[in-house]
Structure formats: structure tokens, C-alpha cells
Design a protein around this ligand. Structure first.
Ligand SMILES: [Zn+2]
Length: 455
């Protein structure tokens, strides 16, 4: 996941104590796309959930044959000090890439880009200017029998922040956790070799992190613009970021220690129904949220800020996708995001859940639709109230922040009452919900961050 509060140095200034510096943070945040945000409010997530389906044969086989012992080994390898944070364009990044390729080859998967597991990416500065090499994506495929079959893709970026201010940022949760998950899934696919009606693509994009996030320089943006399979045949993309962080004390108090956030499913009724009817899996509680609920920061009205590799897909392909994350831990984008802090038992559980999701998608019969700029405000309000139910009992937050979080909670309760009584959400009231969601995430990322009370 990219930085919600990416200007780390500016943030430190704010911590040091001036409101002025904090305003600077807001002003300095990257521009992103300046499109006017007008959501259509839907009820795809708040409608009664369809009954859960039973796993198809491939899902059951992959679920049962997943070997989760590789997860910790792979995270420890990718987040080792020798990898020095896997910064795009460095030899360190290249060593991580070579490791991923060797794992995919050993799994018996086919290279995705002709005879290569690697896809060079470029910056395209415009006409008459030579394009400049930027990064390298990695990809493998388990092919369906029909060459022109539809396809699904699972994407987990492998780059991270490198060495910042002399400190290695290992990027264990961000995003070695998701890479390890896909590698374990690749092993299982190679062993089981299910006969599927769709190609299954495992993609490891480069250049997801700042300063590339939300730009055409992202490795995934290049991939979405230059897919090795026809874009219109993409059935579903599954984007993973931060899959192994430990749940905060507040989330645990709220009974959400096993939460796996599923974002983007609100984009159509068919996509919402598909994801909500997935077979249940032990120790994983999918929590559905509209994607806009994590895209309100920085505080710039009428903007949204994509948080991961779905950015270019949304901009260029408009195909169905879901974004999965266990959420941002306190170690997020710090030198403390080490392999020791990852919750491997949880990572193993979500790996099985994602394996089932992938196989259900590989055989899904319902056409999936996707529509941009949708949100389910009532479902989001309910989820937010669930997530914040442990706030008042928590002693971790300094009083201004705690007061703001409690006030947010009251405000969301009021909104939900009005919406349940028949009032329609408006851009303004939904914006208030988004900011409450962002503050809640920020508080759990930086529990000492009194300045988050100032929004
Ligand atoms: Zn990141």
C-alpha cells in the first residue's frame, strides 16, 4: 500500500510541533488525478448477502494443498537486510526479483511475457523523446487449455522504499507478505495443476512505492497499459497489499483481529454478490468497504487517491477488481517493518482464503460488471462503527485524538440513523464518513499522532 501520509520528513516536522508544518504536509502531497469525484450511492454491500457457495473442486484442491511453511521463509528472504529494502532500479531490487523468478520457475509455472518472466517498464515522456527504462515487472501464468480463454490476475508489488535516511526499510508486511502469499499459491497451482477455463496470472509489479505511486511510472500501470493477454478478456483482478500485519489492539477489541478488508466490490452488484458469496475459510473474516473509504487523504476536496496497484487498471482498463489488505500496521513505511513483526499464522489463513477466491474466480460463471465512482454509504457507516467500537476503551491515544475519534463515531452514528430513516447520502455527508475512516486508520498507524485531531 502506498503512503497515505507519504511525506515522511514533513510529517516529522509536524510531530515536532507546528501546525504550519502540518498544513505544509497537506499542501505538499502529490497531486494525483484531479478528476471531480461524484459518487453514485449504491446498496450492493448493504443488501442482504447471497448464500455462501461451496468451493469448486479446484478451490478445494488448492486450499488443501497449500503449503504455508514457505510464507515465513519467503518473507524473511525478501525482507532480509541484504535486500536493503528492494528499491526500484537498484541491485537490491534485482536480487529480490531474481529470487521471485527462481521460485516461480521451481513451481513449474510458465513465463508470462513470451519466454521471459520479466517485463521491462518504461517512462513515456511524450513524442520524439526516447522512452526511459524504469522498472521490471515479474509474472507467471498457469495457462487454461484454450489460448483465447479469459484470464484472472493476482498482483502483489515487490519493490519497497530501500534505504531512507540511512535506515533500511525492509518492507516485510509492505509487501513481502503478499509476494510470499502469491508464491505459495504458485507452488500449489504448480502441484495441483487444476484444469481451469481461465488463465491464472501471478503478477509482481515493480515501482509501486512513492514517488511512483499514482503515476504512469508504476510498474502495474505499465502492465495494465501493455497486458500480455487481451484487456477485454480480463475477468477479475485481485490486488494485494499488506497482508500480514498484526491487528491493532483496537481492532482486536472490536472483534476484528481476523479481518481481511475487501475493497472495490461495491463497483457492481455482480461483483459484490460474487465476493460476498465466497466459501468461508477458517480464521478469515472478510470485511467489505467501499474503496473511496481509504482514498480521502490528503484533504483535497473532490479528489481521490489510489492506494495501490489498482490505480492504472482503474484509469485504463475499467475491468472488475478487488483490493485486499489486512490493513496498515504501526510498522507501515518505517524501518520497523521487519520479518519479525509479520503475523505468519494470519498470513497462512488469508493465503488459503485468497487461493479459494482465485479458483472461484477462475471458474466463475457470472459475468462481472464494474462501474467507477460508486460507494455504499450505509454499509460503510456500519463497518466503520464496527471498526471504531474499541476506540473509547483504548488508552493509547492522546486526548485530542481520542476526542476526535469519539466525535467521529457519534457523527457516523448520526449519519447512519438518517440514512436508515430514508435520507439519501450526499457528497458532503459521505466525505465526512471518508475522513472519519481516514482518521481511524491514521490513529492506528500512529497512535501518538495528536495532530490527526486537527483535520
Ligand atoms: Zn508501501
Amino acid at each position: 500500500m502506498n503512503g497515505t501520509f507519504p511525506r515522511e520528513r514533513l510529517l516529522r516536522l509536524a510531530v515536532a510541533g507546528t501546525l504550519g508544518a502540518w498544513l505544509l504536509v497537506l499542501a505538499a502531497c502529490p497531486g494525483g488525478h484531479a478528476e471531480e469525484v461524484r459518487y453514485t450511492f449504491v446498496a450492493h454491500l448493504s443488501a442482504p448477502a447471497p448464500p455462501a457457495v461451496s468451493p469448486n473442486a479446484a478451490a478445494a484442491a488448492v486450499h488443501d494443498s497449500l503449503v504455508t511453511a514457505t510464507l515465513e521463509r519467503d518473507v524473511r528472504t525478501l525482507a532480509a537486510p541484504e535486500m536493503r529494502g528492494r528499491l526500484r532500479g537498484t541491485d537490491d531490487n534485482g536480487r529480490a526479483r531474481a529470487y521471485i523468478v527462481s521460485r516461480l520457475r521451481a513451481a513449474g509455472l510458465a513465463p508470462l511475457f513470451g519466454d521471459s518472466f520479466e517485463q521491462p517498464t518504461y517512462v513515456e515522456p511524450g513524442d520524439n523523446v526516447a522512452r526511459v527504462r524504469h522498472g521490471t515487472n515479474v509474472g507467471a501464468v498457469l495457462a487454461a487449455e484454450a489460448r483465447d480463454a479469459e484470464w484472472i490476475v493476482l498482483a502483489a508489488h515487490y519493490d519497497h522504499l530501500g534505504v531512507v535516511g540511512g535506515a533500511i526499510h525492509p518492507g516485510a508486511d509492505d509487501n513481502a507478505s503478499s509476494v510470499a502469499l502469491l508464491l505459495a499459491l504458485g507452488d500449489a497451482l504448480g502441484r495441483v495443476r487444476p484444469r481451469l477455463p481461465r488463465h491464472v496470472v501471478l503478477l509482481f509489479p515493480d515501482a509501486e512505492e512513492p514517488p511512483d505511486i499514482r503515476t504512469e511510472r508504476m510498474g502495474s500501470s505499465w502492465f495494465w497499459r501493455h497486458p500480455p493477454l487481451p484487456a477485454e478478456r480480463l475477468y477479475l483482478a485481485i490486488v494485494l497489499d499488506l497482508m500480514g500485519g498484526r491487528a491493532s489492539p483496537e481492532m482486536q477489541a472490536a472483534g476484528l483481529g481476523d479481518a481481511l478488508f475487501v475493497l472495490g466490490a461495491e463497483a457492481s452488484r455482480s461483483l459484490a454478490d460474487f465476493t460476498r458469496a465466497l466459501p468461508s475459510s477458517d480464521g478469515v473474516a472478510p470485511v467489505f468497504l467501499s474503496l473511496p473509504m481509504i482514498e480521502a487523504m490528503p484533504y483535497v476536496p473532490n479528489r481521490r487517491f489510489a492506494r495501490s496497484d489498482y490505480h492504472g487498471l482503474r484509469e485504463h482498463l475499467g475491468r472488475p477488481f478487488v483490493f485486499l489488505s489486512t490493513g496498515r500496521a504501526e510498522t507501515y513505511h518505517t524501518e520497523r517493518d521487519t520479518a519479525d513483526t509479520v503475523d505468519y499464522a494470519k498470513l497462512a489463513r488469508v493465503t488459503r482464503w485468497v487461493g479459494v477466491l482465485a479458483m472461484q474466480a477462475a471458474e466463475g460463471s457470472a459475468p462481472l460488471e464494474w462501474r467507477d465512482f460508486t460507494a455504499d454509504a450505509r454499509a460503510d457507516a456500519r463497518t466503520l462503527l464496527r471498526m471504531s467500537s474499541g476506540i473509547e476503551a483504548s488508552a493509547r491515544f492522546p486526548w485530542p485524538l481520542r476526542r476526535a475519534l469519539v466525535a467521529d463515531r457519534r457523527m457516523v452514528e448520526g449519519l447512519l440513523r438518517r440514512w436508515d430513516a430514508g435520507a439519501a447520502p450526499t457528497p458532503e455527508t459521505y466525505r465526512a464518513l471518508q475522513l472519519a475512516s481516514t482518521r481511524l486508520q491514521a490513529a492506528q498507524w500512529r497512535p501518538g499522532g495528536w495532530y490527526f485531531a486537527l483535520w
